[in-house]
Design a protein around this ligand. Structure first.
Ligand code: FE
Length: 168
């Protein structure tokens, strides 16, 4: 059985993962309106990953005798200026999420909940990848100045991304 305190904290994280899905969907919608369908695809897939993160925590709570309590999801930002700005925001957002996962891990350690620690380890590793993937694309965008032929080449590259649910 999971402690109430940890249960509340995981519920908050579920809310943050669902907000992330919402945020990336908002970015995808902007990128579609700019004709950047490859960039749009990247964020649609990213949104699917965020839903997967939320569901992973949902199932964990259920298995531990807890319950998911859904909370309101605030409206995401809807006005953007460029693909470059979007990747700056997405990279900042992933760094923020990494901080939240670290806080959750700190609590699991404090509560001496080994099952939660093991489960959260997956998220710790995942955040390393999330930050790296956002930073890599951000750096490419900076290199090409966020426009022109390079932007279209990057758009083609990002069109290839598909969602594959990670193995457990
Ligand atoms: Fe996530």
């Amino acid at each position: 059985m999971i402690s109430q305190k940890l249960q509340d904290a995981i519920n908050y994280q579920i809310n943050r993962e669902l907000f992330s899905e919402y945020y990336y969907l908002s970015m995808a919608a902007y990128l579609n309106s700019e004709g950047l369908s490859g960039f749009e695809n990247f964020f649609l897939v990213q949104g699917q990953e965020e839903r997967f993160h939320a569901m992973k925590l949902y199932h964990f709570l259920n298995e531990r005798g807890g319950r998911t309590i859904l909370q309101a999801i605030e409206a995401p930002k809807t006005q953007f200026n460029s693909a470059l700005e979007i990747f700056e925001l997405a990279y900042e957002h992933e760094k923020l999420v990494s901080g939240l996962i670290n806080d959750l891990m700190d609590l699991a350690i404090k509560e001496n909940d080994h099952a939660a620690k093991n489960h959260l380890n997956w998220f710790v590793d995942e955040q390393v990848e999330e930050e790296a993937s956002m930073e890599t694309i951000l750096n490419k965008l900076k290199l090409i100045g966020g426009e022109g032929h390079g932007l279209l080449m990057l758009d083609n590259e990002l069109a290839q991304r598909i969602f594959t649910p990670p193995a457990k």
